[in-house]
Design a protein. Structure first.
Length: 77
C-alpha cells in the first residue's frame, strides 16, 4: 500500500470516528466514555502494527526472500 493511499484511508477513518463521536454526544458521557476508550485502544493497536511493519531489516540481510547474508561466501561456477 502506498503512503498516500494509507494517509487517505487514515484521514477518512478519523473523520468517520469524529462524526460518530459527535453523534453520541447528545447521549452524554455515559455513552461517550466507552466509545472514546474503544477508539483510543483501536488507534493504539493500529499505531503499534504500523511501527511493526516499518521495522528495519536485521543487520546483514540483503533481502527477505532467502536466508543468506552478505557475509556468506560466494561460490563461482
Amino acid at each position: 500500500m502506498s503512503t498516500r493511499l494509507a494517509a487517505l484511508f487514515v484521514a477518512a477513518l478519523l473523520g468517520l470516528l469524529v462524526v460518530f463521536g459527535l453523534a453520541l454526544a447528545p447521549l452524554g458521557w455515559a455513552a461517550e466514555t466507552p466509545y472514546l476508550l474503544v477508539v483510543a485502544v483501536g488507534l493504539g493497536a493500529l499505531v503499534r502494527q504500523a511501527r511493526a511493519l516499518k521495522a528495519p531489516e536485521p543487520a546483514g540481510r540483503t533481502c527477505s526472500c532467502c536466508t543468506s547474508t552478505v557475509y556468506d561466501p560466494v561460490e563461482v561456477r
